[in-house]
Each structure stands twice: as C-alpha cells, then as structure tokens.
Design a protein around this ligand. Structure first.
Ligand code: FAD
Length: 511
C-alpha cells in the first residue's frame, strides 16, 4: 500500500483565520513528524484587525489546544461576554438580550416558552430576560464563572470573550510556531496550477521564492487569493437579505467599567457595536451605503463613542454571502476568504472553527476524493444558511417605523427556510427542527420575544398546570436568578481579581 498522507500543508494568510488554522493543524499533525505545516504571511498586506466579539465555542477551541484560559484572557486583554444586548431594535428606548443561557426550565416535560407565553397572556409573567441568568448578570454588569457544568437548568450559563484581534493572532502565532509551524514572510505574487488536475501546485512569492504543497488553506481575506482568484470557485451573494455593505470601525478609550456583553445599538441605516476590552473600547457602525454615506457614518460613529479616539476610523466595505465551495480541488478556504456574514451575532470566528472541524473531521488524503469534498461543502453550506437566517431575522422583525432603511428591511422577502421558522413560531410557539443546531430554541425565542412577536397558540399541555402553580413556578425561577445575580461580583472586579491584562507577547519569528 502507498502512503496516502499529505506531505505538506501551506496556509496563506496570518490573520485570525490563518493562525487558528495553523494551531489546529499542528495540534493534529505535530506528532507524526511527516506532514509539514507552513504559513505564508505578507508583511505588506495587513490583517483586517477587527473581529473581537466571540461566541462560547471559542472556549472549546482553546481547551482543545490546552491553552490556559486565564493566561489567554490576560494576554489578549480580553473581557467576558454573557450575551448580546440589542438596543433600539424593537423601537426607541427598547432593550433585550440574546444570552448564552437557557430561559427558565421545562415544566412537566413541556418547554418553558409555552408556559411563559400563557403566563404572559394572563399578565402573570415578566419579560423573557428575567428568566435568563446570563441576561440578568449582563444587565447588572456582573460576571462569575458558572458553577454547574452539566449544561442544563436555568442556573447554568456559558460565556464567551471580547478580545484584541491583533493580540489573539500574535498569541496563536507564538503558540503555533513553538509547536512546529514554519512561518514564511512573503507576498504571494503568482499561483501556479497543475495543467492536468487544475490543483494549486506552487505559490510564487515576490522575489521569486517558490513554495509548493499538497493541500493549501486559503486564509487570505476577502479577496480569496487561491479559492477565487486562482480557482474561480464563485460566490453566492446574500446582500438582498442582508443589505448592510460597509462598516466603519474605530477604537476609543474606555470611560466606563466594561460591560459583560456586546452592545448592538440600532441606528439610522444599520447598527453600532460596542465591544469593551480591558484597555480600550472597540466601536463600529455597520450600515447600508444605499442609505448613508461613508462620511456620514463615520461622523455619526465618532460623535457617539464614549471616549477619545485611539486611531483613525477605518472604512471596511464587504459583500455578504458565501463562497460556493469551502473546499475546491486541493484548496480549503477559511475566514473572510470563505464568505462573510456581518458581525451582528459574532459568528465569523466561530465559522473558522467550524470549517476547521470539517477539515480535520474528514482529513484529506493525498489522493483526492470528490465525494468527501461534496459532503463537506454541503454541510458547510447548511451551517451558513442556518446562521444567515438567524441574522436576517433581526432585520425582518425590527420595529423602527418611519426610517427608510428599517422600513425596507421589515418588508423585504426572506429565505423560504426563515419564512417557515417565522410561520411555525407565530402559529404554534415551536421552532423548526434543523439538521444544524447552532442557534438553539432559546436563541430564537430571545429574538421573537425581544421583538414582541407572540405565538397564537401554546402547547395544550400547559393547561394541565393550574394557573396559580404556573405563576408560582415562574416567580420562583425569577427569584432564583435574581438571588444568584445579587451574589455575583461585578465584571470589572472579577477581572481585576482573576485575570488583569499583562503586556502583550512579542511577535515570534522563525522564517
Ligand atoms: C467590520 C467587521 C467586524 C467584524 N467583527 C467580528 C466579530 O465581532 N466577531 C467575529 O467573530 N468576527 C468578526 N469579523 C470577522 C473577522 O474579522 C474575521 O473573520 C477574522 O478576522 C478572520 O480574518 P481573516 O484571517 O480571514 O482575514 P485577514 O485578517 O484579512 O487576514 C488576511 C491575511 O492574508 C494575508 N495575505 C493577503 N494577501 C496575501 C498575499 N498575496 N500573500 C501573502 N499573504 C497575503 C495578509 O497579510 C493577512 O495576514 C468582523 C469582520 C468585519 C469586516
């Protein structure tokens, strides 16, 4: 039998995606001393440098690499994130949370939302947020590490992080290079394909150096240097469902204690983010250029940030959509090269992680296998569709009447899959069962409830519970949550006591 292992894997790009790929690949392959992992990074082309809010899965990524979370938080100047707080999306002066915890708990085998809907109709239940521990901790500016680890019950919650993207890339670079990744500084000027197979064979750097490989990971950013420019894989445009196409980003001095959640503030033609780090605040305005000029968006962002600016504002154009294949020939793409969904739910870094799981879970062999590639491409597409639908829902359900951007979003057609989700919830209070389960029922519920959408019916099983018991159970849950919140430290105190920022690592270099 011939050895079917890959001899050489070459990653192009040293942003968050590139160094995440390098770390995950060397973790998997470092011990075999057979496959070489290299990363080519241009000293002339910068990284995007934004991408600072995450979802809880980032902790699994760190755990998998056996990276100490406290060390990581200190060195990336991170803060903790329990939820996303949506301000002004459901109308002026409104706020609701999408928390990283369940709401309430099932009663007599029936999901909490059915009880909550009935109790709300009877005037016996509070707003949904009061039954979510993460929402309430976030609202109170508190943070604690969850005690229970079983992932169940309304006193369990999970958390993510806000971090400095540049420091994260530096951290992972140092980690990966120590583990054996070869770092090559250079700008790819030309990509040579094999005349027969069409596979990428060699990268030619400025100055003429040639780098060949068996598998290439394209992490070159929006342009998709290999997957698009060389292989012409194609792009599925989703901008008719997600009309924002620009962002302005600028950091400023933080003037308040850091919130334990990402703020998403609806504005005239899009929304603004506030991402608190230990040493500064990240700010941005994601907007539609059909409704607002870049200059106006920049001016609006600068007048609303909380402290003096720490850099010049940057305008970042983007096109929402997905690369038609994440894996084409011998190129696998990750990060911005694989597509873009706006940062409303902080899902891009998670999608890098997910892509890496697909790659490592069906680890390619030297002999290509089309069936395997098709399967991965299909699963990846379904995952992106699921996340896309969830993000589109925010725009579709908005209640900002009388503003052209928001009125258009409310009236736009949405994907059929999302239409089904909306109809099913409106009629039955239930959620579609999907093959992909990233956003679970409690996430969908946060949005529907936050936007004031109540279903016509709830499960008939709820009527088996006497109304007084129902009110008592809900009051007990809210009281349990309030009591836990009252005992938790503030987010700022927690960080000061456990993981204050340390000086950043020096950038490592071996190539
Ligand atoms: C406005 C905005 C806000 C965002 N917010 C979030 C968020 O809150 N949470 C989240 O999860 N994600 C967010 N993202 C997405 C996140 O920033 C990216 O997913 C992440 O940074 C990965 O980027 P990347 O590594 O793919 O690309 P980049 O950071 O663009 O890196 C590209 C790399 O390729 C290299 N390169 C390019 N061309 C060549 C060449 N010819 N030769 C050699 N090297 C080359 C560059 O030098 C660079 O190292 C946001 C994105 C945008 C645009």
């Amino acid at each position: 039998m011939t050895d079917n292992r890959l001899r050489s894997i070459v990653i192009v790009g040293g942003g968050t995606a590139g160094w995440m790929a390098a770390a995950a690949l060397i973790e998997r392959l470092g011990a075999n001393h057979y496959t070489r992992v290299s990363l080519v990074e241009s000293p002339e082309i910068g990284t995007i440098g934004v991408g600072e809010a995450t979802v809880p899965h980032i902790r699994d990524f760190l755990k998998h690499l056996r990276i100490n979370e406290v060390d990581f938080v200190k060195r990336t100047h991170a803060t903790f994130k329990l939820a996303i707080g949506f301000e002004g999306w459901a109308g002026k002066d409104t706020q609701f949370f999408h928390p990283f915890s369940e709401h309430g708990m099932p009663l007599a085998g029936t999901s909490f939302q059915h009880y909550w809907v009935k109790a709300r109709q009877l005037g016996q239940a509070d707003v949904l947020d009061r039954y979510g521990l993460s929402s309430e901790l976030a609202r109170a500016g508190k943070f604690a590490v969850p005690k229970s680890n079983d992932g169940k019950g309304f006193l369990f919650f999970n958390y993510a992080m806000h971090f400095d993207a540049t420091l994260v890339a530096r951290y992972l670079k140092s980690w990966s290079m120590t583990a054996g990744v070869r770092h090559i500084e250079g700008t790819v000027a030309n990509v040579r394909l094999n005349g027969e197979s069409g596979n990428v064979e060699t990268l030619v750097l400025n100055g003429g150096r040639e780098i060949s490989g068996d598998l290439f990971i394209d992490c070159s950013g929006f342009q998709g240097l290999l997957i698009e420019k060389a292989l012409h894989t194609g792009y599925e445009d989703w901008s008719h469902w997600l009309p924002c196409d620009r962002a302005v980003a600028v950091p400023c001095e933080g003037r308040s204690e850091p919130a334990s959640y990402t703020r998403s503030i609806a504005d005239q033609a899009g929304w603004q983010w506030r991402i608190p780090l230990q040493h500064r605040m990240g700010n941005g305005y994601v907007f539609s250029s059909r409704h607002l000029s870049g200059e106006a968006a920049m001016a609006r962002l600068c007048e609303t940030v909380e402290g003096p600016l720490l850099a010049e504002p940057r305008l970042l154009p983007f096109r929402t959509g997905i690369r038609r294949k994440i894996w084409n020939k011998n190129v696998f793409c990750l990060g911005l090269a694989s597509g873009f969904l706006e940062p409303l739910e902080s899902t891009s870094i998670y999608l890098v992680q997910r892509g890496l799981q697909y790659l490592l879970g069906s680890f390619p062999q030297a002999t290509p296998n089309l069936a395997l590639q098709d399967n991965v491409n299909h699963r990846n597409h379904a995952h992106w569709n699921h996340i896309r639908d969830f993000i589109v829902l925010h725009y579709k359900l908005n209640r900002r009447e009388g503003e052209p951007f928001w009125d258009e979003c409310r009236h736009m057609a949405v994907p059929d899959s999302l239409n089904e989700t909306i109809q099913l919830y409106r009629e039955t209070g239930r959620f579609r069962q999907e093959a992909v389960e990233f956003f679970r029922a409690s996430s969908w519920l946060s949005l529907f409830a936050g936007f004031g959408v109540m279903p016509r019916y709830y499960s008939p099983a709820v009527d088996d519970v006497p109304e007084e018991s129902l009110a008592r159970e809900l009051a007990n849950m809210a009281a349990g949550i309030a009591s836990t919140v009252s005992k938790a430290p503030t987010h700022a105190d927690f960080i000061r006591a456990n993981c204050p920022a340390t000086l950043p690592l020096k950038a490592a270099s071996n190539g």
